[in-house]
Ligand binder design. Structure first.
Ligand code: SF4
Length: 377
């Protein structure tokens, strides 16, 4: 049991780096076996992109997402047939499933009955008071959470008219108006998202929302772009928010394989030292002192590190003069000389190896790394 009195897979509040702003205190909400908010490490989400009518294809994708470190995933439910597929999928899924609902509140109810752990509704298109109430009743009866998910591109006409277009107030009010309806139904297992495709607007919206409620926040930039630009745009917005202590779950939306979303989310949490599920690679930018093919070698090391699940810092440095010292905080590293590499551990030189064998030798050391691993973050 945690602080909120719920049975979850979380042992309680997770650590938060001291050098970030203190974490916003959000209430804890149960999503299947997980705790979202309440001090839990920000949960990583993605969204399936295979046919929602093909439960086996979805199961395969969810298994791959789970393998990559995803905590929960979302599936669109466009019709009753997809809700029936959800019924087959849920008992076999290794991850809790969020049902994404647009327009038809009856699909939300069908998804709840099919075993979804959370429902995402869009205030811009779910309909009026009565429909939201019916969804709340079904979720309450089944212990299912609701994400009120506002998107800048799908604000209702009335909201756009009232606020004169897309703005922080329009997005925040759209979410909080729906939240007020749900609260009036005595429903509080809520998560909120306010996604814009503009990172700066996204930051401003979440700051305002964080000030005005204590629900867990799902942070993300919508229509962020392809892998390179999308990761940068998402990192700009989500990195800023996380550094300010805002964000209980995140999705890095990319026009790419959903696995890349999960990898990018872990990389972001790792960059801020919030959580880590694989080694961090430190590599120097190269300069006139570099006498080895460091760019190629660092890429090789990065690719091979994807299969390593130890929370190590690994350094790949371009010269022996500055490399070991500059990467002193690394657990293990290599630094290039003329045709050879020095091997070092925590800044101390431990050996020498020919350039062609440097990567293999480094991975031998990684495989044999026996220091007790820090407790899971
Ligand atoms: S570690 Fe050496 S090669 Fe790399 S940037 Fe620094 S001085 Fe240059």
């Amino acid at each position: 049991m945690n602080d909120s009195g719920m049975n979850t897979t979380s042992a309680g509040p997770d650590r938060w780096p001291d050098y970030l702003s203190p974490r916003r205190l959000s209430r804890a909400v149960r999503v299947g076996p997980l705790q979202m908010g309440g001090g839990r490490r920000p949960l990583i989400q993605s969204m399936n992109n295979v046919d929602p009518h093909d439960w086996q294809a979805n199961l395969k994708q969810i298994e791959a997402l789970a393998q990559a470190g995803c905590d929960l995933t979302r599936i669109t439910i466009p019709d009753q047939e997809a809700a029936c597929c959800l019924q087959k999928l849920v008992p076999q899924s290794p991850l809790p499933i969020v049902a994404d609902i647009h327009f038809d509140y009856r699909l939300a109810i069908a998804a709840v009955e099919a075993g979804a752990a959370k429902i995402r509704i869009n205030p811009g298109n779910i309909g009026g008071l009565d429909r939201v109430r019916k969804v709340a009743q079904a979720c309450k009866a089944h212990g299912v959470a609701i994400r009120v998910g506002v998107n800048s591109g799908s604000l209702s006409r009335s909201v756009l008219e009232k606020y004169g277009g897309v703005s922080v107030e329009a997005l925040v009010s759209s979410a909080l108006d729906t939240v007020a309806i749900l609260e009036a139904c005595d429903f509080h297992d809520l998560v909120i998202s306010l996604k814009a495709s503009d990172p700066a607007l996204t930051i401003a919206c979440y700051r305002e929302l964080a000030r005005r409620c204590d629900y867990p926040l799902h942070i993300g930039v919508t229509e962020a772009g392809t892998a390179t630009s999308g990761i940068l745009r998402s990192a700009a917005a989500l990195g800023t928010l996380l550094a300010e202590g805002i964000g209980d779950t995140l999705r890095i939306s990319l026009t790419a394989d959903p696995i890349k979303e999960v990898e990018a989310a872990w990389d972001l949490l790792s960059a801020l030292d919030i959580a880590r599920n694989r080694p961090v690679l430190i590599s120097c930018p190269t300069c006139g002192r570099t006498q080895v093919d460091l760019i190629h070698l660092a890429q090789q090391v990065e690719d091979r590190l994807k299969a390593v699940h130890k929370p190590l810092k690994i350094a790949v440095m371009g010269c022996i003069v500055n490399g070991p010292g500059e990467a002193r905080e690394a657990d293990l590293g290599i630094a290039g000389g003329r045709g050879e590499f020095l091997l070092f551990a925590r800044g101390k030189i431990i050996g020498k190896v020919a350039e062609g064998q440097a990567v293999d030798r480094l991975f031998e050391l990684i495989d044999n790394w026996s220091e007790p691993e820090p407790s899971p973050l």
